[in-house]
Design a protein around this ligand. Structure first.
Ligand code: PLP
Length: 355
């Protein structure tokens, strides 16, 4: 296996103060991981160096045609002092599925995992310890050829940076208000909706701005063909509990296959709840709301883990869920997942990986 070269900083930064709210994605640790790819040579020169700006040609392909992939996962300080990653192999597998779709060369899985562990270990003292906090890990690949033609690049840079993040909801789980978007779309089948890549996010900004202006924190996307079937939320997958059944949109080619989504499905099945991955129309949700069977709605994703939805707005209809409060299942899923991540609950599934 490729050996990671390590160059430690001689000027460590001040760690954030214990009471710093750690606004998401604003502070970065002392080190970062880099690895280059060149056609003919493959991935080479894996190294950990002091966190610093990178130098690219203005003609670097990523700036023009967006050939890039990213991932997002977290490291946690467990209650017994261990440092834990949550299902990192799922992120690594998904990264390589995204890479394939985006014509980026795949990254050897063992090098990827070793890079995550080594980097997190080196900056371990940056993992915050207050309830709900963690160290967010952002691996990404960019195309670096200085070339304005359209084709897959011949050279790439794989980078991992780390950022201590505060509790997503400083006052505990907090229901969000969601805008069901029926004008713009995020992705269509055959496009890049299944890949974790910047292009999907730039496609979503216009609608997100509109939703924010209307007082809604996130957008729920409908399918790009009929504007009828539910896809997912900004950076979360979505679940509904209707009359005791747990429903989530099936992975249809335009939805991001979330690691949290997969974990929630497994837990619900273990708890004996009926789980259905299927095509769900917004009319069905509206009907369930009208007849009183829409019991819970929640989003799932690494950042917030579980995000209860207190209100959905679709066209002129405002659907309140759980009277704007937190459902029992949402709370139980949140407590269980964060309990496993922090080593408070026995990890029967072997989901955590010690650094
Ligand atoms: C990352 C992401 C998710 C959530 O995936 P997790 O692996 O659970 O963090 C959902 N939707 C989109 C569009 C995403 O980018």
């Amino acid at each position: 296996m490729l050996k990671i070269r390590i160059e430690k900083t001689t000027r460590p930064k001040d760690l954030p103060k214990a009471d710093d709210p750690l606004k998401f994605g604003t502070i970065f640790t002392d080190h970062m991981f880099l690895m280059n790819y060149e056609e003919g040579e493959g991935w080479h020169d894996p190294r950990i160096v002091p966190y610093q700006p990178i130098c690219l040609e203005p003609s670097a392909m990523v700036f023009h045609y967006g050939q890039e992939m990213f991932e997002g996962l977290k490291a946690y300080k467990a209650v017994d002092g261990r440092t834990l990653l949550f299902r990192p192999n799922k992120n690594i597998e998904r990264a390589n599925r995204s890479n394939k779709r985006l014509c980026i060369p795949e990254i050897p899985e063992e090098v990827f995992l070793e890079a995550l562990k080594t980097l997190v270990k080196i900056d371990e003292q940056w993992i915050p310890e207050k309830e709900g906090t963690s160290l967010y890990i952002r691996p990404f690949v960019i195309a670096t050829d200085p070339f304005l033609g359209v084709r897959p690049a011949n050279s790439y840079l794989f980078i991992i940076i780390l950022s201590p993040v505060g509790a997503y909801y400083p006052e505990g789980l907090n229901p969000v208000k969601i805008w069901v978007e029926d004008e713009y779309v995020r992705a269509v089948k055959g496009g890049i909706g299944e890949a974790k890549t910047g292009g999907n996010y730039v496609a979503s900004l216009k609608s997100q701005v509109k939703a924010h202006d209307e007082g809604y924190s996130q957008v729920l996307w409908l399918d790009g063909v009929h504007r009828k079937y539910i896809e997912e939320v900004g950076a979360m997958n979505i679940f509904f509990k209707i009359d005791g059944t747990i429903l989530t949109p099936e992975l249809n080619g335009s939805i991001l296959p979330g690691v949290t989504r997969a974990s929630v499905i497994e837990l619900c099945k273990e708890w004996g709840l009926p789980v259905k991955e299927s095509r769900i129309s917004i009319d069905e949700i509206y009907e369930a709301h009208k007849n009183g069977t829409l019991e819970e709605v929640f989003g799932t994703g690494t950042a917030a883990v579980i995000s209860p939805v207190g209100q959905l707005r679709w066209e002129d209809h405002i659907m309140k869920v759980q009277d704007g409060g937190i459902g029992q299942l949402s709370q139980k899923l949140y407590d269980t997942l964060t309990g496993i991540q922090l080593g408070k609950i026995e990890d029967k599934h072997n989901w955590t990986v010690e650094v």
